[in-house]
Ligand binder design. Structure first.
Ligand SMILES: NC(=O)C1=CN([C@@H]2O[C@H](COP(=O)(O)OP(=O)(O)OC[C@H]3O[C@@H](n4cnc5c(N)ncnc54)[C@H](OP(=O)(O)O)[C@@H]3O)[C@@H](O)[C@H]2O)[C@@H](O)CC1
Ligand SMILES: Nc1ncnc2c1ncn2[C@@H]1O[C@H](COP(=O)(O)OP(=O)(O)O)[C@@H](O)[C@H]1O
Ligand SMILES: [Mg+2]
Length: 275
């Protein structure tokens, strides 16, 4: 197990070329947020925008449209019930994030299956939250595309069948290799399993133990992948940045709110980009 260091930041976060435009920085589609969990997809979408993704579209329940645009006018909105629109938006994205606040009802399951059927090997799919839970409960196969999973320990138990108490590096590695995915196993010391290596994030604080903190990470992971190559390095840099910002805020705050991490991200990325 390798320990992540701040070296990952300048290795990953590049200076923006002058000759660029929004298309240079990726088009990410984020799918989630049912009538009860709209905040989750708004936090994820906010993190993707503040991470610098060029174009961000949020596919969610229509009850979330007003609050999405009030919080985040940079994001485009689409109703995830509209399957023609969902199809064209997913096909036009280079990164798709699915799961934050998606819920696990019949609508959510239908959206998940449709997206799994649409994504291609030219795209990266980030699967989080409720989407992971539905994969486990409905025994779905992940699509054979570049895949990043961001489970917390219980979601990983559901997906992998490995109980939380038994989630050793060796046990996790066996399942990761079968899934052919990069797995961000979130906990107070998050581990990242790539195809070739395993990393531990040394940063993080209990001030982060707030609902929405993982939704924010999922959006950051998507936003970094949309812009930075290779994908595994983008994932590592997103995980490290998320905790590093939280630690900075926790020096003066008892609790760190997820949206504050997104707000701090542009300044953090400027400070740590390649010189
Ligand atoms: N504002 C919003 O819209 C928000 C919406 N959200 C959305 O809600 C959806 C459901 O996601 P979820 O994570 O809240 O619920 P679920 O999948 O049932 O997991 C919880 C179960 O697992 C257990 N558990 C064990 N270890 C754990 C660990 N390390 N970390 C976490 N849990 C751990 C835990 O144990 P317990 O707390 O009971 O001890 C409990 O039994 C998802 O789509 C998400 O995006 C939330 O983000 C909140 C803000
Ligand atoms: N005690 C802690 N120390 C460090 N990080 C934590 C701690 N508790 C939670 N986190 C981080 O907060 C996030 C929680 O993710 P998750 O459970 O998916 O939240 P949610 O679904 O509510 O957004 C993860 O990134 C996890 O590493
Ligand atoms: Mg979560």
């Amino acid at each position: 197990m390798q320990t992540l260091t701040a070296d990952i930041l300048p290795q990953t976060i590049r200076q923006r070329p002058a000759d660029s435009y929004k298309g240079t920085y990726g088009h990410i589609v984020l799918i989630g947020g049912n009538q009860n969990f709209g905040g989750a997809i708004i936090m994820a979408s906010t993190a993707a925008v503040y991470a610098g993704a060029g174009l961000v579209t949020t596919l969610t329940d229509p009850s979330n449209q007003g609050s999405l645009h009030a919080r985040l006018p940079e994001a485009m909105f689409a109703d995830y019930h509209d399957s023609d629109l969902l199809t064209s938006l997913v096909q036009g994205a280079n990164v798709v994030v699915i799961g934050p606040g998606l819920g696990t009802d019949a609508t959510a399951l239908g959206v998940l299956k449709r997206v799994f059927g649409l994504v291609t090997a030219q795209q990266t799919l980030v699967v989080d939250g409720s989407a992971l839970t539905m994969v486990a409960t409905h025994d779905l196969n992940f699509p054979d595309v570049p895949l990043v999973l961001t489970p917390h320990q219980m979601e990983w138990q559901r997906v992998s069948g490995v109980k939380i108490a038994d989630q050793t590096e060796a046990a996790n590695r066996t399942v990761v290799d079968q899934l052919k995915a990069t797995v961000v196993l979130k906990s107070h010391h998050t581990q990242i399993y790539t195809a070739n290596a395993t990393y531990e994030n040394p940063l993080g604080t209990p001030a982060q133990a707030t609902g929405g903190m993982g939704d924010t990470l999922a959006g950051m992971v998507g936003g970094f992948i949309a812009q930075f190559k290779p994908t595994d390095q983008a994932v590592l840099a997103a995980v490290y940045s998320h905790s590093a910002i939280a630690e900075e805020l926790a020096q003066t705050q008892y609790v760190v709110l997820p949206h504050q991490i997104a707000t701090a991200l542009p300044t953090f990325m400027k400070q740590h980009a390649a010189k």
